[in-house]
Design a binder for this molecule. Structure first.
Ligand SMILES: Cc1cc2nc3c(=O)[nH]c(=O)nc-3n(C[C@H](O)[C@H](O)[C@H](O)COP(=O)(O)OP(=O)(O)OC[C@H]3O[C@@H](n4cnc5c(N)ncnc54)[C@H](O)[C@@H]3O)c2cc1C
Length: 417
């Protein structure tokens, strides 16, 4: 049997692969496109996004929300296809009503399945050939184009090919870091930054935080890595195994992982009160005066969740049943400092199966402005397989749509198709 041949093959039918196909077929309906995925259905990870609601973009696109090797190229990319373009595409091409909570955009149904269905219907109706349950094991280039070899040894041929295989996180969704080996021989190792986890729980050396397992508390957290300090606010969660999680931790986790992998031990300072130390000291002093006969734990329980308060008091050397009237001014300052700047040394981070996004991948600087590998004409890389990762809030999916859109422009702009 002769091998199937397409104008374009896309390896990976996740967010970026589906969007690449949609953008190609919208602008050039006659192109033959095959979307190949190892899963029986497309968009498996996309289904999980935004806790099943799919926070698909953020209208406040800013460089500080991303980590990449080429920030200027990233900015230029968003100028060409930004969040308003994504919202417009969802509304007016895919027919998906959208809604927003501040800068965060979702499908109005608040169901990720709506986005997956809309993309799948669109690409199928526009003639994409969906090849599901098919893992690509090898990729070669010859003078006729690209040769993809499946796990079963079958050959698929194409003029152009797009790597949309994602990163290494949530590997059960099919993203197993295949970009690296598929690109072996087609790029040099200098073009690739090793995949690592980002948006991942962080683990302290101190096991005592297990006492707070299950706690959720609004907090401001600061990551201290040498002279660098990064601050983030939001709900802090303590996992059942004593790890730090929640959006505020996720947003710092990429930096923390890079610090640990470079042999450093970053520290996270937790402000449990979301207040300045002086303000917290005043709040404590007022309550000590209001309730002098109460224990300090009871007197301050209106300021902060009691489990957390008791934990911090004990770690700071105070007995929770000490009468509030016995506290000196120095005690109040010490307690306020601990509540607003509680230090936790970080020594470990969660596994790829716990991380939401990968950092690393094909360097943006090794791709042209349309995501084409500079050294290999006709070969494109999009989405999480590229060395661009964002914080929480729709930034990662926006990168999937942006990179896919630029790639589609490159493919259809090529006179060969
Ligand atoms: C739990 C969770 C929640 C998230 N929530 C959000 C959110 O609300 N907003 C946001 O912006 N981002 C979110 N993200 C991140 C976002 O989902 C990813 O950044 C995005 O899905 C990346 O898209 P992608 O197409 O590059 O990769 P993926 O979606 O990972 O798709 C890659 C596809 O390639 C296929 N594949 C891999 N290797 C091969 C191979 N060799 N052959 C064939 N097929 C292959 C895989 O099966 C997979 O379907 C979340 C991530 C997780 C895990």
């Amino acid at each position: 049997m002769s091998a199937r041949r397409y104008n374009c093959t896309i390896i990976g039918a996740g967010a970026s692969g589906l969007f690449t196909a949609a953008r190609i077929l919208l602008q050039r309906p006659g192109i033959s496109v095959a979307l190949i995925d190892s899963n029986p259905r497309c968009g498996k990870k996309l289904m999980l996004t935004g806790s099943g609601r799919c926070n698909f973009t953020n209208s406040d696109l800013k460089l500080s929300a991303y980590n990449t090797d080429d920030p200027q190229k990233l900015l230029r990319s968003f100028d060409r296809f930004g969040s308003s373009d994504a919202i417009d595409f969802f509304e007016n091409v895919l027919g998906v009503l959208t809604t927003n909570k501040g800068n965060l955009y979702y499908p109005a149904t608040l169901r990720a399945g709506t986005v997956v269905d809309a993309l799948r219907y669109f690409v199928e109706e526009h003639g994409a050939h969906m090849i599901n349950g098919c893992k690509i094991k090898e990729l070669h280039k010859n003078d006729k184009g690209f040769e993809l070899i499946t796990e079963d040894g079958e050959k698929i041929l194409s003029d152009k090919t797009v790597i949309a295989t994602g990163g290494i996180t949530y590997p059960k969704t099919g993203s197993e870091g295949d970009a690296k080996y598929l690109l072996t021989g087609l790029m040099s190792f200098k073009d690739f930054t090793e995949f690592k986890c980002s948006l991942v729980p962080l683990y302290p050396d101190d096991q005592s935080l297990k006492a707070l397992a299950g706690v959720r508390i609004p907090a401001t957290v600061s990551l201290i890595d040498g002279k660098e300090q990064t601050v983030s606010s939001g709900e802090l969660q303590i996992t059942k195994d004593g790890g730090l999680s929640g959006i505020c931790i996720f947003d710092l986790s990429g930096r923390a992982v890079r610090a640990m992998d470079s042999g450093r031990e970053p520290v996270i300072k937790i402000n449990f009160c979301n207040a300045e130390p002086g303000e917290c000291c005043l709040m404590a002093a007022v309550r000590a005066k209001m309730f002098p006969e109460r224990s300090i734990s009871a007197a301050f329980s209106g300021i902060i969740q009691r489990t957390v308060l008791d934990y911090v008091l004990k770690k700071t050397g105070y007995k929770c049943n000490m009468p509030a009237k016995d506290l000196s001014y120095d005690d109040l300052v010490k307690i306020a400092d601990a509540l607003t700047s509680f230090p936790v040394k970080i020594t470990d981070y969660g596994k790829a199966s716990d991380a939401q996004v990968s950092q690393g991948g094909v360097n943006l600087a090794s791709l042209d402005d349309n995501m084409q590998v500079k050294k290999t004409k006709g070969l494109y890389v999009v989405g999480e397989a590229v060395n661009v990762d964002g914080i929480c809030g729709g930034y990662n999916l926006q990168w999937a749509w942006t990179s896919a859109s630029l790639c589609a422009d490159g493919i259809i702009g090529d006179t060969g198709l």
